[in-house]
Design a protein around this ligand. Sequence first.
Ligand code: SAM
Length: 198
Amino acid sequence: MKEKSNLNGEIFDFYRKLDRRIFLDDEYKQYADVDQALPIGYEQTISQPSLVLEMTIQLQLNKKCKVLEIGTGSGYQTALLAQFAQEVYTIERIEDLSRKAQERLTRLGYQNIKFKIGDGSEGWPEFAPYNRIIVTAGAGRIPQELIEQLAVDGRMVLPVGEPGLQELVLVEKDERGNIKREPLGEVRFVPLVGKYSY
Ligand code: SAM
């Protein structure tokens, strides 16, 4: 699927209108407009809005895309994905976070999201391949299983590196299955738990 996204304007408009308070617990709603990661409980965070936008744009989504997201968190990033893709498969290891995200996204009317509670570091092989993959927690290295589950002409963005500081990496798979990696800049994410932890 080599369709390029021309949705950047629409993504930006949606991002500006999407109320981040919906995804925050009461005590943090007052900080919703600050461009920073904020606590969502269990030592996890809702990502910095500008980074959520950047990662979404890097994916070059279109309405035919099947997307895998590792790290549902609050569901904020999931909303952007579901708005511009055909289907989103999202995995979160912390049950309470996943349940809350499911409630929020269902209330917002999304019907194209499949939720899974569990370890997503090895992907979700049952529904592979995915046209797009996004990981929203920092991995020590790129999970081989995710490369395998990426469709041809697919794009994946993920933070890779040390605890506290990672490189955001864009991985592209061409029609021959060759992999290209491109560094996109430094980021700070909570760790990806499991096989690909630091
Ligand atoms: N994008 C999310 C948002 O907008 O709220 C923020 C995600 S938060 C930075 C990272 C999430 O990844 C956490 O909720 C954490 O529990 C989850 N996580 C970490 N390791 C995981 C794994 N192996 N499988 C699934 N989820 C994982």
